[in-house]
Design a protein around this ligand. Structure first.
Ligand code: CP
Ligand code: NVA
Length: 334
């Protein structure tokens, strides 16, 4: 049975705070139902003739393909637009581009640098806009992460997620808020140089409190991960920050997720999963330099049975589909 929250019709998602806690959980619930629907072989018409523009300033494997396939699965279509395809930010302002695309498309998904760009698209396009990653946030990723946690534990509330690595990047920011909204205890294990914005920590802390959970920051990863049910990491150098690579590798080397850190959770072999938004530097093939080998996660952890990274990647598609359906489904198709 497919059910979604009518309050979400026509709504954008620029950061997770745009959803109430309940709305966020409704989207995850719908994602689970849509996953079952696809597994049952159903390709329906929920998004029949809906058209979305996918504007990508940065590269992507999961988000781009999830966003394309999610709409096609249910009868709609997507147009992939890179900076070299359209005039955005060069010959035409974001505001004008928004007003043009809003006349043509039913929705816009944006991946790029400035959070301001996705906000301007939402302000002027008149159609729902989804943030597919900016320098500051990655909200659609965290819906898939929470869905994956829910699939593995059958619950969210009361669990503990330990994020280890670059504590102030887009994924860490959104994960902190997503956990807080879901009543999941969140620990950020990061060096003093990479602390998240105090205003975001305050917002997440208040949100967590009202859901009976906590937000904590630890410099010592071995201490922070104690009791964790989810070990989560991300790349040490995000897209657009390549110039900071050498310094980051130096700072974050002690924050690698490896067998020792898994042991430090105290949950190895028990209630523990590993998540990574991907792409990941876990082996020599993807290493930045030949001698560096694995970076943020070692191969044995990445390939372990408790690593759920490919379920997590698949769930990107189901959660983006849930956002599309909630915001613009053809109700006559049900
Ligand atoms: N996790 C994620 O956003 O992956 P892509 O960069 O491949 O879209
Ligand atoms: N923090 C990473 C996430 C990639 C999905 C980046 O911005 O590159």
């Amino acid at each position: 049975m497919l059910r979604w929250n009518p309050e979400l019709y026509g709504r954008s998602l620029l950061r997770l705070a745009d959803l109430t806690d309940e709305e966020m959980l409704n989207v995850i619930e719908l994602s689970v139902a849509l996953k079952a629907r696809r597994r049952a072989g159903v390709r329906g018409d929920l998004l029949k003739r809906r058209q979305v523009a996918l504007i990508f300033e940065k590269s992507s494997t999961r988000t781009r393909n999830s966003a394309s396939v999610a709409i096609r699965d249910e009868g709609g279509s997507a147009e992939y637009l890179t900076k070299s395809d359209i005039h955005l930010g060069a010959k035409e302002s974001v505001k004008d581009t928004a007003r043009v695309l809003g006349r043509i498309f039913d929705g816009i998904l944006f991946r790029g640098f400035a959070q301001k760009t996705v906000e301007t698209l939402a302000e002027y396009s008149g159609v729902p806009v989804w943030n597919g990653l900016t320098d500051d946030f990655h909200p659609t990723q965290i819906l898939a992460d929470l869905m994956t946690i829910q699939e593995n534990f059958g619950r969210l509330k009361g669990l503990k997620v330990a994020y280890v690595g670059d504590g102030r990047n887009n994924v860490a920011n959104s994960l902190m808020l997503g956990c807080a909204k879901a009543g999941v205890n969140y620990v950020n294990c990061t060096p003093a140089e990479l602390l998240p914005d105090p205003a975001l920590v305050k917002e997440a802390g208040e949100t967590a409190r009202r859901n009976g959970a906590t937000v904590e920051i630890f410099n010592d990863p071995a201490k922070g991960v104690a009791g964790a049910n989810v070990l989560y990491t991300d790349v040490w150098v995000s897209m657009g920050e390549e110039a900071k690579k050498e310094k980051r590798l130096r700072l974050l080397r002690p924050y690698q997720v490896n067998a020792e850190l898994v042991k430090a959770t105290g949950n190895a072999g028990g209630e523990l999963i590993f998540l990574h938004c991907l792409p990941a530097f876990h082996d020599h093939e993807t290493a930045v330099t030949a001698e560096s080998g694995a970076l943020e996660v070692t191969d044995d952890v990445f390939e372990a049975p408790f690593s759920k990274v490919f379920d997590e990647a698949e769930n990107r598609m189901h959660t983006i589909k849930a956002l599309y359906v909630s915001a613009m489904a053809d109700l006559s198709a049900i």
